[in-house]
Design a protein around this ligand. Structure first.
Ligand code: ATP
Length: 252
């Protein structure tokens, strides 16, 4: 069973065709890096996987459960709301802009969703949250408000917060793009640790070194299409497509 099976995803914003038939399957424990020029549709594709954006055409299955199917005739059918929500809950997401609750402490940020969404008891989830904060190196920031944290620390709280929901899959949408260069390392280290624990991950990133070292598979997207996909060695070492080569020459 695939963790994610997306077939022929199309997405338009008004007249702009942003995804032009993207297909991707992801197996358990795989780390996928999606790279490509700005505006190529990488974030939109990631957001379609967990229904932050709806698709116009195509189908998505998460761990064998149908989130959305193609009914033909250019229409799609989404699972009923409760089921769709339950399916999407298996995916944790980390955004470029952290999106922490400013009025909650670090610990409260981490335990908020397990309590309100999953109905966990506070005393049960606090221990797990403290463990997750230790894991991202922020145990001592437990009672601090986000405004007192660096960008890198905020992002690590965001990772702990996503993990507190016990997701089977983690989606990262350019998690280091808003950070000063000296702060990206600490976030990438937390992500690397997750990868070593065999978390299934899709990472949209401009960090080519991370993609090369940590991903099992690299997807190069351009202009709403997957131009090329392969092992990091293949993509970075000997890309077969001129568009991939030209992109890598510009960014590496
Ligand atoms: N909600 C929206 N409404 C209208 N257009 C959108 C919306 N979201 C994205 N777009 C457009 O869709 C295209 C793809 O955007 P997307 O953010 O997916 O690209 P990207 O590859 O992730 O780029 P970047 O690396 O710069 O984040 C862009 O032209 C963008 O302006």
């Amino acid at each position: 069973m695939n963790m994610i099976k997306a077939v022929n995803i199309h997405k338009q914003f008004n007249q702009l065709e942003v995804l032009k038939g993207i297909s991707l399957t992801v197996d358990k424990g795989e780390v996928i890096a999606i790279i490509g020029p700005s505006g190529s549709g990488k974030s939109t594709f990631l957001r379609c996987l967990n229904r932050l954006e709806t698709i116009d055409q195509g189908s998505i299955e998460i761990e064998g459960d149908v989130l959305v199917t193609d009914s033909g005739q250019g229409k799609v059918n989404y699972a009923a709301e409760a089921e769709a929500r339950q399916i999407c809950r298996r995916m944790g997401m980390v955004f470029q802009q952290f999106n922490l609750f400013p009025h909650l402490t670090v610990l409260e940020n981490v335990i908020e969703a397990p309590i309100t969404v999953k109905g966990c008891k506070r005393e049960d989830i606090v221990l797990q949250a403290e463990e997750l904060l230790r894991k991202v190196g922020l145990a001592e920031k437990r009672d601090v408000y986000p405004s007192r944290l660096s960008g890198g620390q905020k992002q690590r709280v965001a990772i702990a917060r996503a993990l507190a929901m016990n997701p089977d899959i983690m989606l990262f949408d350019e998690p280091t793009s808003a950070l000063d260069p000296e702060l990206t390392g600490e976030v990438l280290k937390s992500m690397r640790k997750l990868a070593e624990e065999h978390m299934t991950m899709i990472v949209v990133t401009h960090e080519m070194a991370f993609a090369r070292e940590v991903a099992n598979r690299v997807i190069f997207m351009d202009n709403g299409e997957i131009v090329e996909a392969g092992s990091p060695d293949a993509i970075f070492g000997s890309p077969s497509q001129a568009r991939t080569r030209s992109f890598l020459q510009r960014v590496v």
